[in-house]
Design a protein around this ligand. Structure first.
Ligand SMILES: C[S@@+](CC[C@H](N)C(=O)[O-])C[C@H]1O[C@@H](n2cnc3c(N)ncnc32)[C@H](O)[C@@H]1O
Length: 541
């Protein structure tokens, strides 16, 4: 791992020291004790493990009082409890070195408190949160054990009103993995890549994933502490290919291009930039707009940029036009999926709670709430959309395709492979006229089922629905001819041939079916119900 920005010696806020040799010894101790994501799940059980994701630690404490090495490590680094120095040593921790490098601090026991050493040797505490993480989305066989380092009390990735920690102002705190982090990791297209950029890396989770399928990863952030934590995460997880650079948006990579850019940016639309981890400090949704607008210049041909974003729903403006406006001119094909829309009240309340403002004086809370609403009103904002934006740099000279759709329903994660297939299907559709669509062969995608809806006992259904049990889990209404057509698509006959056979069966002129079919075939291919044989050479789409 290289670093062009770390000051030496590090200031107190940039501890523990990044030392690859010590990190390797810690990793060896963690692995030996099975202090891994799977190991913690086994130890705690699913319910107590799930409680941790809600920042509730009591169930985990109750499950870790046996004194084994894994229990000690879990209490020390994940639950941030003091443990005796002897127990830490028995768990394989090089305590003396960890004290020197700032991973641990030492205390004398204050009495018969938890963690007091029976041998009188003192107690140690972790200075950072270390959370085992299964870095296993890349589709490889090994478990990909990793460890994410974040500020104490910030591991869950939503600060929820924590104050400053260890003298570090709250605005600079580095959070761990939250729901948004996992969503982005899951929707990322994971192909072998030469260079990946993780913009706004935080504690390094996206960089960690990217390092599994990229030769080099550049991780950037405006917050130097975030870069430090990314270096700790990478060192502890044994990844030497992550380079950290400080700066805003694409500033640290002015002329560089990447095969993949991922970003879970500080997308919250808020008055003022109080918290670096979530507020971009630009007016409205400007930070996400600039990121999208600049991304194309930093992508290799065919390269992807994927980000999570919030966007304003402005009075008198269709949200789709707003997003299309961001994307036009980037030279990228794009697929925008709006997952959720919140009204301005829900939105302000969500983020005021995240900021802990609800625990402050009521008058102050009300004043802040007013401030958010004033800002929304001034910008004519009626709601805020949240969703995923995927851009793919189109070949020069080709008109990009931009699709913005609303899909608030559950999907099957990881969705990355389906996102890549969506773009491939768009390429196929772009190249086909109606005759081409009818001449092509298709296969019904795996796990598509047919549902028939109608009055019980009726001879014919009122509706036939095709439903996907995979990927986006879409459903679409078809007529009986459409259902028959989809069912017959096994790749052996061209679409036109299947339609001719159906026409013969139902006694309709073949030309009529052939006229009507291309529009429906386009939709079924775009939405992934039908896989063109050209994209499915081995029949395994
Ligand atoms: C929501 S956190 C995401 C952290 C991590 N990538 C993840 O997926 O969990 C956003 C990160 O962006 C950083 N950030 C804030 N403003 C930025 C900017 N203008 N340019 C680059 N990074 C920024 C913050 O410091 C923070 O680490």
């Amino acid at each position: 791992m290289t670093d062009s920005t770390a000051p030496t010696p590090p200031p107190a806020s940039l501890r523990p020291v990044v030392d690859a040799a010590l990190a390797a010894r810690l990793r060896a101790a963690f692995t030996a004790a099975d202090f891994t994501a799977d190991g913690c799940l086994d130890l705690l059980g699913a319910a107590a493990y799930a409680a941790l994701a809600r920042s509730e630690t009591v169930p985990a404490l109750r499950a870790t009082d046996g004194g084994s090495a894994r229990e000690t490590l879990l209490r020390l680094f994940l639950l941030q409890r003091p443990v005796s120095r002897a127990a830490a040593e028995a768990a394989g921790i090089p305590v003396q070195e960890c004290l020197a490098d700032g991973w641990l601090t030492a205390d004398r026991p204050a009495g018969p408190a938890e963690g007091a050493a029976p041998d009188g040797g003192g107690i140690v505490r972790a200075t950072v949160d270390i959370r085992p993480y299964a870095n296993d989305i890349a589709g490889t066989d090994d478990a990909g054990d990793a460890w994410i380092v974040s500020d104490l009390g910030c591991s869950v990735g939503g600060a929820g009103g924590i104050g400053s920690v260890g003298g570090v102002p709250r605005s600079e705190l580095v959070l761990g993995v939250g729901g948004a982090s996992t969503t982005l990791a899951n929707i990322t297209v994971r192909r072998p890549a030469r260079r990946v950029l993780d913009l706004g890396t935080g504690s390094g989770v996206q960089a960690l994933h990217a390092a599994r399928h990229a030769a080099t990863v550049v991780a950037t952030d405006v917050n130097p502490r975030a870069l430090h934590f990314t270096r700790l995460t990478a060192a502890l997880s044994g990844l030497a290919t992550v380079e950290t650079r400080q700066g805003s948006l694409f500033e640290p990579v002015p002329e560089e291009t990447f095969d993949l850019v991922v970003s879970n940016p500080p997308f919250v639309i808020s008055p003022g930039g109080r918290f670096t981890y979530r507020d971009g400090g630009m007016p409205g949704d400007e930070l996400c707009r600039s990121l999208v607008a600049e991304a194309g210049r930093h992508l290799e041909p065919g390269g992807y940029c994927q980000l999570l974003a919030n966007w304003q729903h402005v009075r008198g403006e269709d949200w789709r036009s707003r997003l299309t406006g961001w994307i036009n001119g980037t030279g990228c094909d794009a697929w925008v999926v709006q997952r959720e829309v919140q009204d301005v009240f829900e939105y302000a309340e969500l983020w005021l709670r995240d900021g802990g403002d609800h625990r402050e004086d009521r008058a102050q809370y009300d004043a802040r709430y007013e401030e958010w609403l004033d800002a929304f009103e001034a910008a004519k904002v009626e709601g805020i959309g949240f969703g995923w934006i995927t851009l793919r740099r189109a070949p020069d000279g080709r008109d990009p395709v931009v699709t913005a759709e609303e899909w608030p329903h559950p999907v099957e994660q990881p969705l990355g492979p389906e996102i890549e297939r969506w773009f491939a299907r768009q390429d196929f559709l772009r190249e086909q006229d109606d005759a081409g669509l009818l001449a092509a062969h298709y296969r019904l995608a795996d796990e598509v089922v047919q549902e028939q809806i109608g009055v019980p006992g009726a001879e014919d259904p009122e509706h036939v629905v095709l439903r996907q049990n995979r990927g986006m889990r879409r459903a679409t209404k078809v007529d009986t001819v459409g259902a028959g057509f989809a069912g017959a698509c096994d790749g052996s006959l061209p679409a036109g041939g299947i339609l001719d056979a159906i026409a013969h069966l139902v006694g309709e002129p073949s030309a009529l079916l052939r006229d009507r079919a291309p529009e429906q075939i386009r939709l079924l291919v775009e939405q992934g119900f039908l896989v063109p044989a050209a994209l499915d050479p081995d029949g395994s789409a």
